[in-house]
Design a protein around this ligand. Structure first.
Ligand code: GH3
Ligand code: MG
Ligand code: MG
Length: 381
């Protein structure tokens, strides 16, 4: 308590080497001998800590050695931090001021930031605010270090999003412990982020085909429809329904049916542009969204899908089958189409008509024209 430290992390009346090991002048005392024996042990301990933190970083998070960016305008402080963390399996990079730090972080985000508060050009608090406002969800823990150890400065730093605050001069042991603790938190946070991303991907993906599922498709179509309405752009959709799919299941089994659906998903995806989206709309129905595509532009796509399905032999082992599809096409702008639901209903009607007409065909939704008869209208005048 009340221990005084100089800016190199040296306690008054007590010496520490860069391993945080007590030095007592040059006198070979028992405690010094013990401490010397402790140095490799402590290094090993921290190495284990760091490696353990690393060991928790599976699944692509924090690949390789954790990268620590040390930002300080004082070269001796940068070197001291480097020395303190050396040999623990970290990659240490440095920046001389806040501007350089932000540039480096943007170019290649570190796993941990050790940030001096008082610096020219841009101070540490400003860097902290900028880094924590980055839109991506990559968590970069920040340890602020400052000669200011009053509560006000600490609270300001923490309020700006810093994750820890260390007053200069600090004990090297404490810095190491806090670095290990921050990297542990970073590792856990990365795991949570990666699991969340996996769950998000699962929630919008159809298990069997890997395409967008119905829910994701609806959202995408809604977005495209709003964009088309706002910018007066055309938008087309194709609803592709396999003909007599039930028979394929009945004749070859459900597993073969699943294979056909998976193959068909690939086939349709390969027949459209990258900017188009393909989704599994229902059991054996697929929806293709063609943004910025007119009536004349979507017909060749519908034809390409329809032809390539008919040409394909679907086979696995002894099971083999040919297939046809009925395709319903609907467009925006189109009379009475003011919502996604209406656009989908039109495509649905077109598919129904294709089925009624004998299947294996493409049907374009057209609003039935109203024939105006002036003579008949005259009767009611
Ligand atoms: P239509 O030409 O009138 O479209 O006839 P259809 O047999 O294709 O249509 P119907 O709606 O009568 O039957 C759809 C079939 O699709 C029945 C259902 O078991 C099958 N199906 C739906 N989802 C899956 C799936 O995930 N895997 C498999 N194997 N079959 C599925
Ligand atoms: Mg400074
Ligand atoms: Mg069908």
């Amino acid at each position: 308590m009340g221990q005084k430290w100089d800016r190199n992390g040296t306690a008054m009346g007590q010496k520490w080497d860069s391993n945080g090991t007590e030095r007592n002048g040059n006198r070979p005392t028992l405690s010094r001998t013990l401490c010397c024996a402790m140095i490799p042990f402590r290094c090993w301990m921290f190495g284990v800590g760091a490696r353990r933190a690393l060991g928790e970083m599976d699944g692509g998070e924090m690949e390789g050695q954790p990268k620590i960016l040390v930002v300080d305008d004082d070269r001796s402080m940068r070197n001291l931090v480097k020395e303190t963390l050396e040999g623990l399996g970290f990659v240490i990079e440095t920046a001389n001021d806040g501007v350089e730090a932000v540039e480096k972080i943007r170019a290649a985000p570190p796993d941990l930031l050790i940030l001096d508060v008082m610096m020219p050009k841009m101070n540490g608090l400003e860097v902290c605010r900028i880094v924590k406002s980055f839109a991506d969800d990559n968590f970069i823990p920040i340890i602020l270090v400052s000669v200011k150890d009053d509560i006000g400065s600490k609270v300001t730093g923490l309020k700006l999003g810093a994750d820890d605050y260390l007053a200069k001069p600090y004990n090297p042991l404490e810095l190491r412990a806090r670095v290990a603790s921050m990297l542990r938190i970073k590792s856990l946070q990365d795991k949570v982020n990666s699991k969340r991303k996996q769950l998000e991907a699962l929630s919008v993906t159809d298990d069997l085909t890997g395409l967008c599922n119905h829910r994701a498709m609806h959202q995408r179509l809604k977005d495209e429809f709003l964009r088309a309405q706002r910018y007066n752009d055309p938008l087309s959709i194709l609803l592709v329904d396999i003909d007599h799919f039930k028979v394929i299941n009945d004749n070859h089994g459900q597993l073969f049916g699943d294979l056909v659906l998976t193959e068909l998903a690939k086939l349709i995806s390969g027949a459209v542009r990258e900017t188009d989206s393909v989704a599994r709309y229902g059991g054996e129905e697929f929806l293709v969204i063609l943004p910025q595509t007119h009536f004349s532009g979507c017909l060749p796509v519908a034809e390409r899908v329809w032809r390539s399905v008919a040409q394909r032999d679907f086979r696995e082992g002894k099971n083999a089958s040919k297939l046809t599809v009925s395709v319903g096409v609907a467009f925006f702008p189109s009379k009475n189409v003011t919502s996604v639901e209406q656009l989908l209903a039109n495509a649905d009607q077109a598919v129904a008509q294709a089925k009624r007409e004998g299947r294996n065909r493409i049907c374009l939704y057209q609003h039935v024209n109203y024939l105006y008869n002036p003579d008949a209208a005259g009767d009611h005048r």
